[in-house]
Design a protein around this ligand. Sequence first.
Ligand SMILES: [Zn+2]
Length: 224
Amino acid sequence: MDNVRGKLVPIIYCWHCGKQMSDGIDYNARQYCAGCKPLHNAEMQKLVDQSVVIKSQLMYWRALDLLQKQWVPMHEYYKAAQVVKQRIDEKPKTFNSAPEIMACLELLRQRVRIKLQVKISDFKVDFVLRDELIVLEIDGYLHAFQRTQDWYRDEAIRKKLGAEWEVIRIPVKCIEGKVRALYDGIVQLRTEQQRVRAENHGLLPDSYSIRTMEVWANAVRKLA
Ligand SMILES: [Zn+2]
């Protein structure tokens, strides 16, 4: 505390350089000299950028650990892993989750031509498989609660790409269970979705998501 004109006032220091500052300022906020504020902001931004890089690298290794737990021949994924690692180094925000990386590794292993994080209309989708006419989305655990929004989103994407395209949504738990069923699973799901549409005036009924698990289970069974 300092005594100014008979009043006790706190001594204020710059939170960046530590210099004592003049009076007449907001005591309820951290104070910075004029030149120090941008320096502080730049420091914060650097930390955020570094954390994105670290998070993406941890996600990569976590995806490989999860894959290894599925008792797959890891050497089959080596080249795919190098491609993914390079992509992550260049663009750390490419993947949102470890299961998404696992899906990417599996598709690359099977030499499927994919595009990542593609913008279609106002939406960004996880994977586009041009040869298979599939938009692939890996859905997180909280996804079950937004089915109606997904429905509109998927139809908007199909409207843009064409009716022969299907948006295939694979829950994270499928990837975490048996990622090797992925390619067969999504190809079968596309066929199935197109068949159901043909019987329902081009629409997928609400109950359709239940069929997803049946088709997936079939694909897993075929692996054995
Ligand atoms: Zn300062």
